[in-house]
Design a protein around this ligand. Structure first.
Ligand SMILES: Nc1ncnc2c1ncn2[C@@H]1O[C@H](COP(=O)(O)OP(=O)(O)OP(=O)(O)O)[C@@H](O)[C@H]1O
Ligand SMILES: [Mg+2]
Length: 363
């Protein structure tokens, strides 16, 4: 390493999600002690994102919004970590001859992608991979985590960041970014012991993701198409609101009155509790659970975890030790950050937090 390289480049996390673009920048003081340096969130107009990808003719709009976000948050970092997600991203564990160099592995995968991905792709694909360790059955081979994504989708991310004034340094996978924040949370929570089996369930606008941590590794994941979008769509139709954004705003404002609470919000909360309960049952029916056992904590995250009094219906359906996450509980916050707004959105900031934490990964 060059002596001039000591001052590592800090990275700002940018989560381009189904409903918003979220920015978060962290610094570190002491081991595992983090500080929020900058933060902002900007809502995206409806139909900017489909299947978690930026709609091709909306690139400029999203770029402009990122520019606004950067202006608002004024991060110190000029480099960003983003994530790709959705059906266009494939991750797979493969194994290869352990004697191959990284370059040889790369060449081999690039030569015959279909063999490794298990499918033919007509469009151009970008790959990345990481060696996990020796294969259990054939020790001379190594297990490799292979990630593949359409190059067009990847480029769309770097393009909008550039339009917003940021350079892309890391392209992560949404699920891994979320799990990265999950690990940080469990390691910093004084109430959680290292050997516990813990679930994180994140309910966003379009998807619900579940990850289970056992013996400090992710041992189970599941994803379902469930989210707050269905409530927003009902609100828009029922109250005759002009746009999805207006419905989103109304839904959060608490100004829709009793009728909204009784007819729309309460049934949604019950449905959400039902969904969580079902996912927990799926885990209990899995092989992973026969080895790692009962969940000692169930952490609930995502924008939907901020719905007032959501914990009660979940507790009634699921039982056990259910908590709403706050990734910033053990962090300090710079005075220039709007703390109230950060805390109001805390549950929706797990993914961006996982991205911002990439700054501290070993370079
Ligand atoms: N107070 C509230 N009442 C009702 N719904 C809420 C409230 N606060 C947040 N939500 C819902 O949370 C959802 C947004 O959550 P989040 O920001 O985690 O989603 P996202 O990251 O954009 O979506 P995805 O991860 O699916 O791409 C919206 O559907 C919104 O309606
Ligand atoms: Mg999300």
């Amino acid at each position: 390493m060059s002596i001039w390289n000591l001052k590592a480049e800090r990275i700002v996390g940018i989560d381009i999600s189904s409903t918003a673009v979220k920015l978060l920048e962290l610094s570190q003081s002491g081991k595992k002690r983090y500080k929020v340096e900058s933060y902002a969130i900007e809502r995206l107009p409806e139909k900017s994102i489909e299947d978690k990808n930026i709609v091709p003719d909306k690139l400029e709009d999203v770029g402009t919004i990122i520019g606004k976000l950067v202006k608002k948050a004024k991060p110190i970092a000029q480099h960003a970590a983003v994530a790709v997600a959705g059906p266009a991203v494939i991750t797979k564990t493969i194994n290869m001859d352990g004697d191959l160099s990284d370059q040889e592995m790369k060449d081999e995968i690039e030569e015959e992608p279909a063999q490794y991905l298990g499918q033919d792709n007509e469009e151009e694909i970008s790959f990345d991979f990481q060696v996990i360790g020796p294969n259990e059955k054939e020790p001379e081979r190594v297990d490799i985590l292979l990630a593949a994504c359409s190059s067009e989708i990847l480029e769309a991310r770097t393009t909008v960041l550039e339009m917003g004034g940021l350079k892309t340094k890391i392209v992560d996978i949404e699920k891994y970014a979320l799990e990265n924040a999950f690990l940080m949370l469990t390691q910093n929570d004084p109430e959680i012991n290292e050997d516990e089996t813990i679930a994180l369930i994140e309910i966003g606008a379009t998807t619900t993701m579940m990850s289970v941590l056992g013996e400090q590794k992710i041992i189970y994941t599941n994803e379902e198409m469930f989210g707050g979008k269905q409530l927003t769509e009902t609100v828009q139709t029922h109250y005759g609101l002009n746009s999805y954004e207006e419905a989103e705003f109304a839904q959060r404002s608490g100004e829709l009155g009793d009728d909204y609470e009784k007819t729309h919000l309460e049934p949604f909360k019950d449905e959400m509790a039902q969904q969580i309960s079902r996912m927990v049952q799926y885990y209990y029916a899995s092989d992973a659970s026969s080895h790692y056992g009962k969940l000692s904590h169930i952490l609930i995250a995502g924008g939907c975890a901020s719905i007032p009094n959501i914990i009660e219906p979940i507790n009634n359906k699921v039982g056990g030790h259910v908590t709403i996450v706050n990734p910033f509980a053990q962090m300090s916050i710079a005075s220039r950050v709007r703390k109230k707004d950060l805390m109001n959105n805390a549950t929706a900031l797990m993914t961006v937090c996982g991205l911002a934490l990439r700054t501290f990964d070993e370079k």
